[in-house]
Structure formats: C-alpha cells, structure tokens
Write a protein that binds this ligand. Sequence first.
Ligand code: IPE
Ligand code: IPE
Ligand code: MG
Ligand code: MG
Ligand code: MG
Length: 333
Amino acid sequence: MTTATPRYDGLRLKKFDDAAFDDVDALRSAVDERIEQLVAGNGQNDSLAKAMRASALSAGKRMRPLLVMLVARDLGCNSPALIDVACSVELVHAASLILDDLPCMDDASLRRGKPAIHIQFGEDVAILASVALLSRAFGVLSQAQDISPVTRARLVATLAQTVGDQGLVRGQFEDLHGGARSPEAIATTNELKTGLLLGVAVDMAAIMCHADDNVAQQLRAFALAAGQAFQIKDDFLDGAGNDSAITGKDTGKDIGKATLINTLGVEEAQRRLAACLNEADGCLAAAVGAKGRTRHFMGALFSSQAKGKRFMADATKPRELRPSAHLAELRVN
Ligand code: IPE
Ligand code: IPE
Ligand code: MG
Ligand code: MG
Ligand code: MG
C-alpha cells in the first residue's frame, strides 16, 4: 500500500474526534467566517483585497483567536463580542507573517502551504496588505458591539502595546539585528516576537470576562511560558530535513540567527521546551482548573499523538523535530 504525501492543512485536530474538538472546530469555523466578513472590504477584488484575504484566510492553526475563545469559555463568559476580539488578534498575526516572510526579513517563499504573500502579489502589495490588516484589527476592536467604553479602551491599549516598538515589532527587530547573544536575551526576543501575542489573547479574554487579577496573572504566565515553548518547537521545525509539505513553510530560515537551539544545543533546548510546557500547564491549571477546554486544546497543539495525552506529553520528543545540520556550528557559548 502506498502512503500519500501529507498535504499541509493547518492544524489537523480533526483526528481528535471527541466532543471537545467538535467544539474547537466549530469555533474555528466561526472565526474563519467572521474574518471573511471583516476582510471583505467594499467588495473590491483587486490585488490588495486578494492579498489581505489570502493572508488572513489561509490555513493557519488559528491558535490565538481560539485561545481568546477557549479561555473566555473556561472563565464562564460567552459575550457575543468575543469573536471580534479574537479575530482582531488573528488579523495582527496574519499581518506579522506577511512582513516576516519578506525578502528583507526571513526571505521565506512558502507560508501555510502556499506561496508567501509577496510571492503571490509582489512586495509592494504585501506590505500594504500587512498595514491594512493591522489597521483593520484596531478598527474591528473599535467597532465591536456590546463592549463598554472602558473595556474597549483597555482592549485597544493592550493590543497596541503588544504590537508596537516595545512588543512584537521590537521582537522582530531583535530577531533580525540582535546578533549572537545569551540564551536569556534570545528568550526575551522570543517573548516579544511570539509570546506577547499569545499573552494578549489571554489578556483580552480576561478583560472581556472581568477575571480577577490573580486569574489574569496566571493566564498571562501560562501564555508567556507557552509562547517560549511554541517558539522553540517552531525553531525545531525550521531544521533541515523537516518536510515543508507538513509544516507548510520553508525550512532553514533561521540558519545564521541566534535561536535557543543553536545557542543551548538540541538537548538543552528540548529540556527548556519541556520546562516551559510544564510551567504553562501549571499556570493554566491554576487559572482555570485542570479540566478546561484551553488545556485540552493546548495538549493537542503540542502533541502529535492521539488524544488523551497530558498537556506536556510527547511535545519534546525529537522524532519529527530535526535540527539543522548547521546548528552545531552556530553555537555562541
Ligand atoms: C507562526 O505562528 C509564527 C510563530 C510565532 C512561530 P503559527 O505557527 O501559529 O502560524 P499559523 O497561524 O498556524 O500559520
Ligand atoms: C515568528 O518567528 C515571529 C513572527 C512572525 C512575529 P519565525 O520567523 O520563526 O516564524 P515562522 O517560522 O516564519 O512562522
Ligand atoms: Mg522571523
Ligand atoms: Mg519566519
Ligand atoms: Mg520559525
């Protein structure tokens, strides 16, 4: 029997065919439907409109909007405005990926199993689409129904802080210009470029749900630890030998950059990944209990195995995470 080459289809959670994942699938569809409306524009179909839609609607995991929705559910809150809050975070993420792939940044040509936006539409249109998606994200927050003025202002301020020169933008700058540096400095970069967007997802859920300070702090600690783990795992996926048909993006884009893998070495990076996941798991359980939907989702996200595993399970095994052959040469300590 021949095995078909797996094709990239975003997060393949459907194999977890229990009720909880039907729910995640339903939420994911709701997010996609709403994003479709939010990037419909004025019905234009020129290359700018197409680039925005191609970026926002391609097959991503939708981890950040799902985090907003699932954390809110775990906090017992079901405001109809949550979907727009969730979509605003995903629009920021989509915008950041367009820029990240540009020749002047990571110079990547494949994203979510398709040619990167600048390959499809040209660099000029890609940059404009990114700015437009970012702007749309704030527009969505400013217009979402049924949010009090105070809550709306907090949401907008939190998202702005996350994106800006003390947030994601600084993280990307450090990633490109930081040079060889200590593991702590790299972890800070990872927090800025990756962790903060997970952090803002749970912060926004906590704001919308009026969570108490202790719960909000535990949620943020969960998201930042999960962000560290996520970036290490992502960096392993960049290693040569991984299959772009599965990851949906090019490999080898981090060669020459300081990552935790090439700085600490493979084994220590795996240990750190495991430690971050443990910490994330503990904080999430402390915030919303051990049986929440978010925990179930994160377990699936970090595990390539069948359902029923604990959050941590299997996430750190190198079996399908191959570091680049060049990494050993790049150690900085
Ligand atoms: C990619 O994020 C960028 C990183 C922070 C590593 P995701 O892995 O969540 O990308 P999509 O949205 O699923 O494509
Ligand atoms: C991603 O880091 C951070 C952002 C896109 C903000 P990477 O550059 O490792 O992400 P991928 O691997 O291209 O998705
Ligand atoms: Mg990058
Ligand atoms: Mg990249
Ligand atoms: Mg990467």
